[in-house]
Design a protein around this ligand. Structure first.
Ligand SMILES: Nc1ncnc2c1ncn2[C@@H]1O[C@H](COP(=O)(O)OP(=O)(O)OP(=O)(O)O)[C@@H](O)[C@H]1O
Length: 259
């Protein structure tokens, strides 16, 4: 396995924000994650790819504790993930997640979707939460949609709302689980553009499960290839795409780059 750590200058001297050590997870008898070791630096941008069912979603869902795991350790910003509700809450505050299907509350306006967490979880005053929400709606370029309901927005706009909603909680890490795979082709770019800005202008630490290899080439410090519950290969995008070391990676790249 190639283990070359990203060598981008913006990561020089950066501290480790996620440390995963020998993480193993089973669904019943099915060993879904096998001996995962992964250290992520602050401001690092990681793209995770691999065949369907290889465990990509499960891995990032473990990071913010949407899934439990049976063996190994996982530390996020110095907080170890053990079965302790206070730790889970701390992790959820630090780690935002954007899903394939947006997961907005349909009966709440966009503004209410964005302020719900800050008001109820972070106990922020309503006016402050709304000001922050508007700031992030402007950042994702849809402030005029604030008083509409999710069903009145396009898929691309809803996904940008979901990204803004995560940002309202001031996360230190953002996890993206196939954020563009439910979108029509013409909407994919508008969401990827927001993610690129987030990486380049905010220096956000990002782990993104995606098959958007153009995004990986443009933004990622490191691309990780998973297969059958293992990290099979990881490298800088340049090396990963131009010089894959492992047979399984080569076959995967041939398949997806054919499309
Ligand atoms: N709740 C569950 N119970 C049992 N098996 C599950 C559960 N969730 C996922 N799995 C299985 O675990 C494996 C990994 O799933 P996961 O969603 O992490 O893969 P993935 O690489 O993200 O796939 P995809 O690209 O299709 O989303 C799959 O075989 C899946 O069927």
């Amino acid at each position: 396995m190639s283990n070359e750590q990203a060598k981008n200058p913006h990561l020089d001297g950066a501290e480790d924000i996620i440390i995963i050590d020998q993480l193993n997870k089973w669904y019943g008898d099915f060993h879904v994650l096998k001996n995962i070791d992964l250290t992520v630096k602050k401001s690092e941008r990681i793209v995770i790819c691999g065949p369907s069912g290889s465990g990509k979603s499960t891995l990032i869902r473990c990071i913010n504790r949407l899934e439990e795991f049976q063996r190994g350790s996982l530390i996020v910003d110095g907080v170890e993930m053990i079965d302790d509700i206070k730790n889970i809450e701390a992790i959820r505050r630090e780690v935002g997640m954007v899903f394939q299907h947006f997961n907005l509350f349909p009966h709440l306006t966009i503004l209410e979707n964005l302020t719900l967490g800050p008001i109820w979880v972070q106990k922020k005053p309503k006016a402050e939460a709304e000001a922050t929400a508007m700031k992030y709606l402007e950042r994702v370029k849809i402030p005029e949609q604030a008083l509409k309901f999710p069903g009145q927005l396009s898929g691309g706009q809803q996904q940008r709302v979901a990204i803004a909603r995560s940002l309202c909680m001031s996360p230190k890490v953002m996890l993206f689980d196939e954020p563009t795979s439910a979108l029509d082709p013409e909407m994919i770019k508008e969401v990827l553009d927001v993610m690129v800005e987030l990486a380049e202008e905010e220096g956000m630490t990002m782990l993104c499960v995606t098959h958007e290899m153009g995004f990986a080439k443009k933004v990622a410090d490191r691309v990780i290839f998973m297969d059958a519950g293992e990290i099979v290969e990881q490298n800088t995008p340049h090396e990963f795409f131009d010089n894959p070391q492992v047979d399984r990676t080569q076959k995967f790249l041939e398949q997806i780059l054919d499309h």
